[in-house]
Design a protein around this ligand. Structure first.
Ligand SMILES: Cc1cc2nc3c(=O)[nH]c(=O)nc-3n(C[C@H](O)[C@H](O)[C@H](O)COP(=O)(O)O)c2cc1C
Length: 186
């Protein structure tokens, strides 16, 4: 049996009723046994300001430690104005500094975007990938995951009601398991 890998899950929405948060919970259930998903929250991170590094905010330190403790990263995000929500971009920035001490470097990653809209957060998904190139996060290329009509996918208890989407997400997580195993740096 292969090793179990810890995966940091970052959700780009801060709201309690977030569709992307529901999706993240579903992904945890669908993940293969070799992936152990942990939600790492980003809502309490002060906006990145290098002047604060001398006495870094506790929330930054906790966040950096939480990501550093994981082997891989999974981003589950909505699209805001055709791009990455500010809270998620801030989390990327916080994790990337101090210079030379990025928590992201070399961790295999994957991106899922979800929206009630028809194009499933494509813009956010690809803007995020642009940052991941610089951050040295090898991001899984296939399958791509732009989850459209996300407001129709869950029942009142957050359970996925669409069998086709469930099958797709199951396959996505299986592929991510293989991606992590192939790209992890030891
Ligand atoms: C500031 C803002 C900008 C948005 N821009 C987009 C957008 O560019 N594309 C899109 O599909 N949906 C957009 N939406 C709608 C979101 O997809 C929708 O609110 C979604 O439910 C947010 O994800 P969440 O449920 O995980 O919070 C926007 C919502 C907000 C609040």
């Amino acid at each position: 049996m292969s090793d179990v890998r810890k995966v940091a899950v970052l959700v780009g929405s801060l709201r309690k009723g977030s569709l992307n948060l529901k999706l993240a919970h579903v992904l945890k259930e669908l993940a293969p046994p070799e992936l152990d998903l942990h939600l790492v929250t980003i809502g309490d991170l002060p906006l990145y300001d290098s002047d604060l590094e001398d006495a870094a905010p506790a929330a930054w330190t906790t966040f950096r430690q939480a990501v550093r403790a994981c082997d891989a990263v999974l981003f589950v995000t909505p699209e805001y104005n055709r791009s990455v929500p500010g809270a998620l971009k801030n989390a990327l920035d916080v994790g990337s500094r101090p210079y030379g001490h990025s928590v992201w470097s070399g961790k295999p990653g994957a991106v899922i975007s979800a929206s009630p809209g028809a194009i499933g957060g494509f813009g956010a998904n690809h803007h995020l990938r642009q940052s991941l190139v610089f951050l040295d996060v090898p991001a899984m290329q296939q399958p791509e995951a732009y989850i459209s009509g996300a407001d129709k996918l869950f029942d009142d208890h957050g359970h996925l009601v669409n069998e086709g989407t469930k099958k797709f997400l199951h396959g996505f997580m299986e592929s991510f398991g293989h991606w992590v195993a192939r790209n992890i740096r030891v």
